[in-house]
Design a protein around this ligand. Sequence first.
Ligand code: CO
Length: 137
Amino acid sequence: MSSSGKLTELDHVGIAVRDLDAVVEWYEKMFGATVAHRERIESDGVDEALIKVADSYIQLLTPFRDDSPLAKYMEKNGEGIHHVGYRVDSTEEVLEDVKAQGARVVDEHPRTGSRGTTVAFLHPKTAFGTLIELVQE
Ligand code: CO
């Protein structure tokens, strides 16, 4: 396993979609890919399907309620790549470090993500347009 500083792996690419089942079927048909995990993430108002690719995932996401942040995002931006998740050894440590260095964050403190991971989002504003998720397994 090779790594780059505090980023130990590319954990997942988060993709916003309207019809989760249709997109899962498309990945199955096109690539023979299978879903490794499905979860409703109540706090974010999203349903996810994770497709494993080597040690990383494609995280297909769809909002299940209108006031979810992803629903609002999709009203403006439609479907497509939404965020990138980088695996770290300690979400708390990296989050504190980037905050100290002036990065704007979405989550002031680490919280529980899917699969029981510990996650925190950095705001795209100070990350050159990319919504970045730190993921600690
Ligand atoms: Co994610």
